[in-house]
Design a protein around this ligand. Structure first.
Ligand code: SF4
Length: 62
């Protein structure tokens, strides 16, 4: 499973980072950086939570 970011939609609020800090972080300029795009079993629940919490649907799992 991969996590995919639609950068054009992302508004940089960081709610996803709170849900899955092991997978993503906001950089110093407020841009979201995916630390890992491949999501294993151990991080699947966090990845799904990050997708759900994004208010502009900028994240999806593929
Ligand atoms: S929650 Fe959505 S809009 Fe906010 S930083 Fe994450 S991907 Fe971007």
């Amino acid at each position: 499973m991969n996590i995919v970011l639609d950068r054009a939609r992302c508004e940089g609020h960081g709610l996803c980072e709170e849900a899955a800090p092991q997978l993503m972080h906001l950089d110093d300029e407020g841009e979201l950086v995916l630390d890992r795009e491949q999501v294993g079993e151990a991080d699947a629940a966090a990845a799904q939570a990050a997708v759900r919490v994004c208010p502009v649907a900028a994240l999806r799992l593929a």
